[in-house]
Structure formats: C-alpha cells, structure tokens
Design a protein around this ligand. Structure first.
Ligand code: FDA
Length: 319
C-alpha cells in the first residue's frame, strides 16, 4: 500500500507542483541528489573519487512528453561526458530510456540513444540503462539488443530482482556478455509479475547474484577498467548488508577476483558501508543524480523506507 501510494504520487502532476515548492522537500531530497546543475554532479563525484569511490552520473528525468524534450535530454546527457572528461573524474553515465523518448516512439529513443552511445564511445566511456517499471521492461531489453546488433558494446543494463523473469533475463544477458547492474527494484509491481514479499525478493537477489558471478567467471572475469569507467560484468546495487555479504562469500568461493565485481549504492545512502567496502579492497560505484527533475526520484527514495516518510512528515509540521 505504501509503495502504491508513492507510485501514484510520483506520477501525479498536482503533487509534484505542491511538493517541489516546499523548500524543506528540496532540503531533504538533496541528501540523495547532488544538485540541480551538472557542475553539482561533478563536484559530488570529485568528493566520492577522493574516497576511492567511482560514480555513475545521472541527469534526472523520465517520461518526457515531446520529441523535442527527449532530444534536449539526450543533448544534456551528451554534455555530461564532456564534463566528466574535463574534470578527469572516475565516472560513467546512467540514463532512463523514457527520458529520451521510449514512451513516445521507440525510433526516437533509438536515435537519441545512438547519439549518446556515439558520444560515450568517443570518450571511451560507458552508459548504463536504468530499468523502469514493468510496462517498459521488454521494450528496454529490445532496445539494448538492437544496440548490440548495431555494434555497440559500451552499454549495460539494470535487472530488478523482484521480477519473476529476472533469473532468465540474467542467463541470456550474461551469455551475450552484457554488463548487468542488479538491484531489488524500486517500482510498485503487480503480484503476477513480481515477488510481493521482501523475503522472496532477497532470495531472488542472491540467486541472481550467483548467476551473474558464475556468468562473469565463464567469460574470464573482465575487470573494471583502470579509469573506473567501464564496469565489470556484475554490478551489485544494494545497501543491504546481507546481500553484500552473500555476494562477497559467493565470489570468494567460486574465485571471482575483486576487480571483476563492483558494489553500487545510491548517493547519500549507507556511506558507512560504501567506505567500509573500499577499505576491504572492493570497488564501489555510487549513483549520482542531478537536475531539476528530482521529484519522482525523491518519491521513490521516500517509498523505500518508512523512516524517510516520517522524517518528511515531521519536517512538514515543523517548517
Ligand atoms: P533495502 O530496501 O532492503 O534496504 C537496505 C538498507 O539500505 C536499509 O535498511 C537502509 O539502511 C538502506 N536504504 C535503502 N533505501 C533507502 C532509502 N531510500 N533511504 C535511506 N536508506 C535506505 N531500481 C530500479 O527499479 N531500477 C533501477 O534502474 C535502479 N537503479 C539503481 C542503481 C543503484 C546504484 C542502486 C543502489 C539502486 C538502484 N535502484 C534501481 C533502486 C533499488 O531497486 C532499490 O529500490 C534500492 O536500492 C533499495 O534497496 P536495497 O537493495 O538497498 O535494499
């Protein structure tokens, strides 16, 4: 119910208009979001890099409503590669396909994605496609496949452990040497396609982790590039210490080197765990979102954790 409510709020224009006007909302959102400008994202990455942490820069935005908006978003993303190069930071880029036109027309999306991947290639960089809610899961995977057929190998994907289909998707993706970021899943999904109970999502997460690690071993354990931009095959995106511990133990048991695995977390969440993993000799990459379109991202962060919501409500009454 909690997630359904926030899922509704994240798409409700009226709620967005109200919430984004509250200064305390931005104050709270800025725990997760680097700032509204590209330079804010770069500054956050510099700080992370100084602690030995890599990054993936995300220009916030989703479900654009016109081809012009989708092209503008693609051009903004292209600029991010230049900023990364100019600053000399260890970061690749994450994107959402509905931001560059997937919900308008797959051809518009493909054209914009190609522009972004060409730019990434010219900068020796990498693009991670975030996974959005289930109406676009298959379309997102189709676009990834199309890009592979067109010869692009500098692109990877996110898979959500809460979907029943994910283990099968991972098997296919690892056979084709795709780089996969595994997360639990942040959207409200119906029970016919996703595990409703967190316990089952956790079990699925561990099963998918093992599949990804086994897949990396079969492919000779490609390592993170020395500049921190091109990730290894498995990227395990979670702040859950039990999932992290399972992955560490499994990787040790089957002999996956630490350079062939990256743990990933969201900006502003479990900084202690991020730093602890770096100390233990693991690679950590942090997802750094920036931009003015922070509202739906912020709603998903609230939905993940009731404590965030209570904090938000407390601040509402103590403005
Ligand atoms: P879980 O929700 O069990 O949380 C474990 C612990 O982490 C909590 O006990 C708490 O300490 C901390 N925590 C988690 N969320 C928090 C929050 N919002 N505020 C404060 N503390 C919090 N999802 C998706 O559907 N598509 C995508 O493309 C991505 N991409 C992505 C990239 C990266 C790098 C990460 C880390 C995550 C995503 N996600 C995502 C989000 C993901 O699906 C999931 O919703 C969150 O990571 C929370 O799940 P955990 O695995 O952390 O576990």
């Amino acid at each position: 119910m909690f997630r359904s409510f926030f899922s509704y709020l994240s798409k409700a224009a009226w709620a967005r208009r109200i919430v984004t006007k509250w200064s305390f909302a931005w104050k709270m959102a800025s725990r997760f979001i680097a700032g509204e400008d590209l330079s804010d994202g770069i500054n956050t990455i510099k700080l992370l890099n100084s602690k030995g942490i890599n990054a993936s820069l995300d220009h916030l935005g989703e479900h654009t409503i016109s081809p012009e908006q989708a092209r503008k978003a693609a051009m903004d993303i292209v600029q991010a590669f230049d900023a990364i190069d100019e600053a000399g930071v260890r970061s690749n880029v994450s994107i959402k396909l509905t931001q560059i036109g997937l919900s308008l027309d797959p051809d518009i999306c493909l054209e914009n994605l190609q522009l972004i991947l060409d730019k990434a290639k010219s900068c020796n960089n990498f693009v991670r496609i975030d996974m959005e809610d289930s109406p676009v899961t298959q379309r997102t995977l189709n676009i990834l496949e199309t890009m592979q057929k067109r010869g692009y190998d500098n692109v990877g994907i996110v898979i959500q452990a809460y979907l029943y289909r994910s283990a099968d998707d991972i098997r296919k993706l690892t056979e084709n040497c795709f780089k996969v970021r595994l997360c639990k899943g942040a959207y409200k999904e119906p029970v016919n396609i996703a595990y409703p109970k967190m316990k089952d999502v956790d079990t699925s997460y561990d099963r998918c982790t093992a599949l990804l690690i086994d897949g990396a071993i079969v492919k000779d354990c490609p390592e993170l590039s020395p500049d921190g931009k091109i990730p290894p095959l498995p990227a395990l995106a979670t702040h859950d210490p039990e999932r992290v511990n399972f992955a560490k133990k499994y990787a040790d048991r089957v002999g996956l080197p630490r350079n062939a695995l990256e743990f990933q977390m969201l900006n502003g969440i479990r900084r202690d765990l991020q730093e602890q993993l770096v100390k233990e000799g693991y690679w950590v990459g942090v997802y750094v979102p920036y931009g003015t379109e922070w509202y739906p991202y912020f709603m998903r962060r609230l939905a993940e954790r009731p404590a965030n919501l209570w904090f938000f409500i407390y601040n509402f009454f103590h403005r």
